[in-house]
Design a protein around this ligand. Structure first.
Ligand SMILES: [Zn+2]
Length: 429
């Protein structure tokens, strides 16, 4: 692996400052030097370095997706996802993992898989170099109750029919389920605390007892696993704070108490609202029979309004809101994830800068790698994008693969920039 120096780039380092022109040196898998043009003494030349003249391109940290389902297969229903046979399914996940990296997502946080070990196997294959993909934290199946979101069993089929979610009832079944997931090697445990209107269970319903949730959290933590929750209802959001569930997905329906709780504990939680799901289910799924009339009756339009209001309030209170959420349905296909950043600007009131930070600076701690990931800084891991354009002026450039000129993960190019020079003598810092 050759060391790489990017020269003549506009550096967005993830710290919230305006970008500056300068050079970035990558040695091995780390960023070893970041130099502002015109500042300080010029460092000694470094031999054997591949020099890349960025010609003013925008250089930024690789993005982090906070709610990823590689195994959702761009189909219109949970059944269509779950019924994909395991052999095809693992190949699908491998292909999708590469798609994320292609689009500049150098890290993804798994938020549930459609079969017990899909995520774990994919994470391991990425880590050992068998397949190409982003850094990945693996989840298990989402944990649900009989009749809850993810219980796809049928009464006339032999029990227990394999379901989309892991179906448990009572604390002892919960304990067993979490232990099995720990055995499989997941990084996190995902629990469905609230409903999901498209499955026939209203988003404002909460399906677990407090005891079951406590058992889930205690058992997961005993095994060193993170807990993430599908939490749309107000009660379920409060449970996340009270029980110490670090990752809160959706958080649509809040009240003042919920907002106060989240603000008081804002350093302990990450929120990924998954607005893409709400927006596209409400307005762009007619082709699959979900006309706006249908989804309004389901309650999605009301939920979208509530979610936007909640996110605006949480943003004002300084709670960390991250991109990602339920891409992998027919009307939210994998690879279009950077739309979340546009939604943050358009609906939540973030500046382009805040939206960029939500995908970079906050992504490091979301990956539990806050000290080494999410910034262009000396000593940090070299996850770097080179963008043709300025996301601070137009956040939508990140949706266009042709504008993402280079993707580097862990010091290696997944996609090298189109023009490069291999001269080794010019270390201009
Ligand atoms: Zn999800």
């Amino acid at each position: 692996m050759a060391d790489v120096m990017f020269t003549n780039v506009r550096i967005f380092d993830g710290g919230g400052e305006a970008p500056f022109t300068g050079d970035v040196l990558v040695q091995g898998n780390r960023i070893s030097r970041v130099v502002r043009q015109g500042y300080g003494a010029r460092a000694a030349p470094v031999g054997g370095v591949q020099v890349i003249d960025g010609a003013g391109a925008f250089l930024m940290p690789g993005m982090v997706e906070a709610h990823t389902h590689f195994s959702w297969n761009d189909q219109p229903s949970l059944d269509a996802i779950q019924r994909m046979p395991p052999e095809e399914h693992i190949l699908w996940c491998a292909e999708v993992a590469e798609r994320y990296l292609d689009m500049g997502w150098t890290s993804c946080v798994g938020a549930a898989a459609a079969k017990p070990r899909l995520d774990v196997v994919i994470r391991n294959a990425i880590n050992d170099g068998t397949i190409v993909g982003p850094r990945y934290l693996a989840a298990g199946q989402e944990i649900t109750v009989p009749g809850g979101l993810g219980d796809t069993t049928r009464p006339h089929l032999p029990q227990p029919e394999f379901a989309f979610g892991a179906v448990v009832s009572g604390s002892e079944e919960m304990r067993r389920c979490v232990r099995m997931m720990a055995k499989y090697g997941v990084d996190s445990v995902k629990i469905n605390l609230s409903g999901e209107s498209i499955t026939g269970m209203a988003s404002e319903m909460s399906q677990f007892t407090e005891d079951e949730i406590t058992t889930c959290v205690q058992e997961a933590k005993a095994w060193g696993k993170r807990v993430a929750a599908h939490a749309r209802s107000t009660w379920s959001i409060k449970q996340c704070v009270k029980q110490g569930i670090e990752v809160i997905y959706h958080a649509s329906f809040t009240d003042t108490e919920a907002l106060d709780l989240l603000e008081a504990h804002k350093t302990e939680h990450f929120i990924a609202p998954g607005l893409a799901w709400l927006i596209n289910t409400s307005h762009h799924a007619s082709e699959w029979g979900l006309t706006p009339e249908v989804t309004r009756k389901m309650g999605y339009h009301r939920e979208l309004d509530a979610a936007i209001e909640s996110m605006r309030a949480l943003r004002r209170r300084g709670v960390r809101i991250l991109p990602g959420g339920d891409y992998g349905f027919a009307w939210t296909p994998h690879g279009t994830n950077a739309k979340d950043l546009e939604y943050f600007v358009k609906y939540v009131g973030m500046s382009n800068m805040e939206a960029l930070l939500s995908a970079t600076a906050w992504g490091g701690p979301m990956m539990r790698m806050g000290k080494v990931l999410g910034y262009i800084r000396e000593g940090y891991l070299a996850d770097i994008l080179l963008i043709d354009g300025d996301p601070l002026a137009d956040i939508t450039v990140l949706q266009d693969k042709s504008r993402i000129m280079a993707v580097m993960k862990d010091g290696e190019f997944h996609r090298a920039p189109p023009v490069r020079s291999s001269r080794t003598t010019r270390w201009a810092a």
